[in-house]
Ligand binder design. Structure first.
Ligand code: MIC
Length: 644
């Protein structure tokens, strides 16, 4: 039977299970990726496993998120990660070398390989046909230790691409169109596989943009065939030997279908404050803009940056607009510099920053009160920029540049009335520079791991009690993001290796009294609507609430990574059997789960809950392995227990 590409890659990596959507499978992981914001915790978890060296073909640690050094904390964490990477045979990409996704695409990704990354945007590697999946730090630490990765087998949505993008329209508009059609939960439980004649018209970096923001659809991953464009990109990176052709078999089927005629797309924009709030740029054209930022996690490749350089050449940034460029990698910036792009930006009045995530994770670049910020980033969840009530729009580099020149949101095709489209291609041969990567040492016996005062030991979590008597600590609506649960930003991110301290910031923007109430409740519960925990892979959105005593979350539906993180840290991920029952749960209600431990042990999938004396049924849809983890109070407890 003809197979789609996702099935072929999953089959080649299958360790356990059957490829039946929704059932648990285990797959072999070829590459792992950590960044510094999730990496400190993941590295501590790896160290707790007691191995002398990683047991994966290639492990990489990037320092790209916590780049502001306002005190010792981030610097301490970077020293810890550098020494640990050197000790355990991990490639270390130094601060300023670039964003994990862009650097991994350029220097390490291999078509047909699996990549597990402690960052939800890891599927950027889809640009060169890597099946890349975002996961919590603990899952990545386990993969570094050579364990297979467990996940619900995804369904595959085949998206046929036909036609060719018109001038002034690029990869960002393709993924914004997907978000317009399918929303932030349309990809949950699915891999999005692109195929068809339109694929060959997209460069590896345009494909990477589409893969990156597949995370915004909630997708498990995205994938493109590996073709001549993939080979060209790998050859241009001096890695032609890594290429192999990969595609779905002729006549292969998919669980779901969609089709996009690339020639019919126009410039699109996601309005505040969700990546699926998408409209054509022309509908919001004329809106005054205060800030424009190109780059960071997505749209930070050579093609994207050089397109902006060419558009800005001979133009000026409008008065009243601050235009920033955050290159995705040192390599992109060096190549842009070699081709004269840096001067084009500087003379236009653009500020060029170091390569890294920066404002994309709220590490600086917060907009002012009531200001409009136009960004090529992947996310615009409320307050993520660092400013409460922010007005962040997401768009292509073309739209960003045109708007930066005019000072108002501008359909870039307007520029086409006065000049030709730059149609920038990626270089045939990149200027290569790996000087900021520390490669694994053969003998690391003399390396000492440096732990500064910011690295606080992981808290002990108790096993699940027989029954739970508690209260609802907070009741929320749909689409709650991990940014709501565990905010990022330059004040909170440096606490990622200090669970007691970071816990004080849980739900900070939603309800600042949450931590105090949760501590009083003891074993408290959180109630919410659809797609709870969408967004980032940060496991801190599970660990910190658990530290405050949260023991169960009852929602209408979960985002994949967050659900796995909850189990990893011993929080029951429960779903309302009858969605309307949510109305019975209000903050402060008394809740009890009688005999919950025994029910979980016996494999029950229905868990009754009494709320103010009324019984409601919730569903526990997890694997037998995950039941053991919940009973133990979390995966680490179970692993420790199994070791003794
Ligand atoms: C994000 O976009 O939120 C990040 C930065 O990529 C996060 C990482 C984090 O929270 O550390 C992610 O998606 O995993």
């Amino acid at each position: 039977m003809p197979k789609n590409l996702t099935t072929k890659i999953l089959e080649a990596h299958l360790v356990e299970g059957k490829l039946v959507p929704g059932t648990e499978i285990s797959i072999k992981i070829d590459h792992t990726l950590l960044q510094d914001a999730t990496g400190t915790m993941a590295m501590l978890e790896f160290i707790a496993m007691g191995l002398p060296r990683v047991k994966v073909d290639l492990a990489a640690q990037y320092i790209d998120h916590n780049l502001l050094q306002t005190d010792y904390k981030n610097a301490d964490d970077h020293a810890f990660l550098t020494s640990a990477a050197m000790k355990f045979g991990v490639h270390l990409s130094k601060p300023g070398n670039g964003v994990s996704h862009q650097v991994h695409l350029e220097r390490f990704g291999v078509p047909g390989f699996t990549l597990l990354g402690a960052d939800s945007h890891s599927p950027t590697a889809a640009g060169i046909s890597v099946l890349a999946i975002g996961a919590g730090g603990l899952d990545v630490a386990l993969a570094m230790a050579g364990h297979p990765f467990n996940l619900p087998c995804p369904a595959v949505m085949g998206v046929k691409l036909t036609g060719k993008l018109l001038d002034w329209v690029s990869g960002k508009d393709v993924i914004l169109e997907m978000l317009r059609r399918h929303t932030v939960k349309g990809g949950v439980g699915k891999v999005i596989e692109y195929y068809g004649p339109g694929v060959a018209t997209l460069s590896a970096t345009d494909r990477a943009t589409i893969g990156n923001m597949g995370a915004e659809l909630g997708a498990t991953s995205s994938i493109f065939p590996s073709d001549d464009r993939t080979r060209d990109f790998l050859v241009s990176q001096g890695r032609g030997e890594s290429w192999q052709p990969l595609a779905a078999d002729e006549g292969a089927g998919y669980d779901e279908y969609d089709e996009i005629d690339l020639s019919a797309l126009e410039p699109l924009i996601a309005c505040p404050s969700s990546p699926d709030n998408v409209v054509p740029v022309r509908e919001v054209a004329g809106t005054k803009v205060d800030q424009v930022i190109v780059g960071s996690s997505v749209n930070s490749s050579y093609r994207d940056l050089m397109t902006v350089c060419r558009i800005m050449e001979g133009n000026r940034v409008a008065a009243g607009v601050h235009f920033h460029v955050n290159p995705g990698s040192r390599q992109s910036l060096e190549n842009v510099a070699q081709d004269g792009g840096v001067l084009m930006l500087l003379m236009a009045g653009v500020s060029i920053h170091q390569s890294g995530c920066l404002g994309c994770i709220g590490m600086g670049q917060a907009p002012g009160t009531d200001q409009v910020s136009l960004r090529t980033f992947p996310r615009n969840f409320p307050g993520r920029s660092g400013t409460k009530g922010d007005k962040v729009y997401l768009c292509s580099p073309e739209t960003a540049a045109a708007s930066g020149i005019n000072g108002v949101i501008t359909d870039p095709r307007k520029l086409g009335e006065i000049r030709s489209y730059p149609a920038v291609q990626n270089p045939e041969k990149y200027l290569l520079d790996d000087s900021s990567i520390i490669f694994p040492l053969e003998d690391s016996s003399k390396v000492e791991i440096k732990t500064g005062p910011n690295i606080v030991p992981f808290p002990d979590f108790d096993a699940l009690p027989e029954s739970l008597q508690t209260t609802v600590v907070i009741a929320l609506g749909d689409n709650i993001t991990t940014d709501h649960i565990m905010p990022a930003g330059n004040k909170v991110l440096p606490l990622r290796s200090n669970i007691p301290a970071i816990s004080e910031h849980v739900f900070e923007q939603v309800d600042p009294d949450f931590p105090a109430r949760a501590k009083v409740a003891g074993n408290g519960i959180v109630v919410a609507g659809e797609n709870y925990g969408q967004g980032s892979s940060r496991e801190h959105a599970a660990i910190a609430p658990r530290f405050l005593g949260i023991r169960a979350k009852i929602v209408k539906s979960f985002a994949r990574i967050h659900k796995a993180n909850l189990v990893n840290f011993g929080i029951l991920p429960l779903i309302f059997k009858n969605a309307d029952d949510i109305n019975l749960f209000r903050q402060g209600c008394h809740v009890s789960f009688q005999g919950v431990r025994q029910l979980i042990e016996s494999g029950a999938s229905e868990i009754p809950v009494s709320v103010d004396g009324k019984e409601v049924i919730t569903l526990l849809e997890i694997s037998a392995r995950q039941r053991q983890e919940l009973l133990a109070g979390g995966t680490l407890n179970l692993v420790k227990h199994q070791q003794h």
